[in-house]
Design a protein around this ligand. Structure first.
Ligand code: ADP
Ligand code: MG
Length: 238
């Protein structure tokens, strides 16, 4: 299970209102893409869902349960950032297992989960290496692996591929699509890249200045954009 309901989420930093009333339903297992210009509030919205920011008002529900007072680590969510945020002194294996170790999971179980995630991401040959000995694409796979081992209900990706070169971006995108199919988890994914949005999404959410302009499948948005802003973003000829 990993459905998400956002009810009129507002978030202000001082007098600057960054999210201006976001309502959204995400179904269990859906792949939802957030697109919108830089500064429109995409990262703030992800961080609010994860519990790294508190909404000024409104509610976040996971599987119908209000999580406003639930600590980030207890929400069943894993977040993958653009910067991989790996520990340089730890091996790939220990980076992937650290969260479980901190949660008191027995060593044998950690080994098993890390091995399984490493298999899914073709990381077995690199388990003993440290992050500095990996390419950017491999580091991002480790960051994704670290999310997978926690078996979250909901994955949040904040522009995970934007530091990678074009070829690696395609490979990693296909890998994420495969993971979505095999894990059957709910995924929310922020991107600037129209191809990523059109190919990965069950549903695209177009954000602009703290509002949702339109929600729909890639084809709905492409064929019937609600306004010129959406048309411009999705790239249909209208
Ligand atoms: P996006 O991810 O869509 O580029 P962000 O959510 O990062 O946008 O930022 C939205 C707006 O909120 C920006 O104007 C940004 O400067 C502001 N903002 C984000 N985080 C903070 C913060 N911790 N304190 C003050 N302003 C912030
Ligand atoms: Mg951002």
């Amino acid at each position: 299970m990993g459905s998400l309901q956002l009810k009129t989420i507002r978030k202000a930093f001082g007098s600057h209102e960054v999210l201006k009333g976001i309502d959204l339903d995400v179904k269990d297992g859906e792949f939802v893409i957030f697109v919108g210009p830089s500064g429109c509030g995409k990262s703030t919205l992800l961080r609010t869902i994860a519990g790294l920011e508190d909404a000024t008002s409104g509610s976040v529900q996971i599987d119908g349960v209000e999580v406003g007072h639930v600590a980030p680590a207890k929400r069943g969510i894993a977040m993958v950032f653009q910067s991989y945020a790996l520990y340089p002194h730890l091996t790939v294996k220990d980076n992937m297992g650290l969260g479980l170790k901190q949660a008191g999971v027995p060593k044998a179980e950690i080994e098993e989960k890390v091995a399984k995630a490493a298999g899914m991401l073709s990381l077995e040959p690199y388990l003993a290496r440290r992050p500095a000995e990996l390419s950017g694409g491999q580091r991002q796979r480790v960051a994704i692996g670290r999310a997978i081992v926690r078996e979250p209900k909901l994955f949040l990706f904040d522009e995970p591929l934007s530091n990678l070169d074009a070829a690696l971006r395609v490979n990693t995108r296909l890998e994420i699509a495969r993971l979505h199919r095999s894990l059957k988890a709910t995924m929310i994914y922020v991107t600037h890249d129209q191809v990523e949005a059109m190919t990965l999404a069950d549903k695209i959410v177009v954000l602009n200045a703290g509002w949702i302009e339109q929600v729909g499948s890639p084809m709905e948005l492409y064929n019937r954009p609600a306004n010129l802003f959406v048309a411009g973003f999705i790239g249909s000829p209208q």
